[in-house]
Design a protein around this ligand. Sequence first.
Ligand code: HEM
Length: 496
Amino acid sequence: MDTILTLFIAFILSSILTYIIRKNRPTMDVQRLPPSPLRLPFIGNLHQIVVGEHIHETLWKLSQKYGPTMLLHFGSQPYLVISSSEMAVEVLKTHDLAMCTRPRSKTVKRMTFNYMDVAFSPYDDHWKDMRKVLVSEFLGAKRTKSFKNIMEIELEGLLRSLSMQPLNTTVNLDDTILNLVYDVVCKVSFGRSYRETSFNGKTLKEMIDETAEMLMGSIFDIFPSFAWIDELRGFNRRLDKCFNDINSFLQMVIDEHRLEPNVSKKSNAEKDLIDDCIPRLTNDEMKAILLNILNGAIDTSSTTVVWAMSEIVKNPRIMEKLQNEIRGCVGKKSKVEESDIAKMKYLKMVVKESLRLHAPTSALILRECVTHCQIGGYDILPGTKVLVNLWGIGRDPRIWKEKPNEFWPERFETLDVEYIGKHCEMIPFGGGRRACPGYNMGISTVEYTIANLLNFFDWETPMGVNKQDLDMDKVGEFIRRKNPLCLVPIKHNLQD
Ligand code: HEM
């Protein structure tokens, strides 16, 4: 009898306790979730996203209807889509800590050697250590100096080869600039350029392109219970191959450094990134960080140069004004110096305007909410992935009131907008704890390259193509030109 009574009392007490907890729990009962378009069972909102040619444009259009804080579901996964500067401030500044981890994913785990990297690793002590290593070893004073020296040598070589081409030769600027940045980044990191080397039948560029694709994720990420589809469509095999190729390549480069007989005799200045990192990092950490550099530093900087050159050539007024400034600052010297670039105010505006309209990625790297917080007055629950549409924010007519879609660098004469500023008017490098650590290097690479291209050459469109009609079609979410930028360089006589 006593036992039954005790059980009865325990039941009543636990029911009361459950009632009190439920009543006081703020989230589940009184949640105010962000607005969402109607979703279908199983696929969620995927059908609304795949309709357009460009996901960022579709998301931007949807945000005009549902607001700058919008909740979508891709398969079973909730995604918060951020589409205004104000909401970006809330995510990247006010609630940075609650939102600064990265979502986990099968492919990302593999390609980052189990989250040993900086860009995709969860927000934890290991990420902090690895970011410190990247900042001190690749972006610190020593490497920045060698980056500038190598850039100067490579650019000189490029300018020389351009000036030796027969008159009216058309140059594919996409390839030319990509090769230039590849060579510089590889020489700084590995001590030599492996761009032309074929490894397991693939070039380094092919391997890096493939890893970038893998880092976008798989079906498994949005439909976890349908992992078998990845197996069926051969994705897992592709992932294995991609990982094995890049892993063996990076391991080979590291081993070459370890086995180099004269490494102890190298002076501090002679040591490249790998030499300096060997005592500090494990093999996997080193490979993961090298991949971040190859994925993060090359395409971003070269794509930015190409978009900027496209806009400059398309707008002869801007080209003339910019060349006058550059040539005025450099004078009759045979090379552009860093101190010259510091004086080029219009060049800085041109690059900023280019990154406003043509940031190389349409969205920031995905984040994930770790603790319940409110964005724009809506409840955001842990586990929600956060996508910040920087493409839309960069052309929002509420912020960019005059000619928001036009390339008009003069807007920055009166607008005081920083790349990683307080108000997130434009966020080509993101913001908060996960902001791009390489933004200074990225900007100076872009400015230096453009200053050289325009100081020593005039640039014409190939015969039959009107400058004003130059196509600006884009492709992908890593936004590249759809068709390569082909231009004719005409050597400028420095005595003029
Ligand atoms: C024009 C050049 C560049 C652009 C436009 C650019 C853009 C970006 C963007 C949008 C992000 C995501 C930020 C976020 O999630 O809030 C990012 C992150 C990152 N970038 Fe860059 N980047 C550039 C150059 C570089 C360079 C030169 C490096 C050199 C290593 C670099 C390394 C990284 C890394 C490691 C991250 C991840 C940071 C983290 O998660 O903690 N980037 N970049």
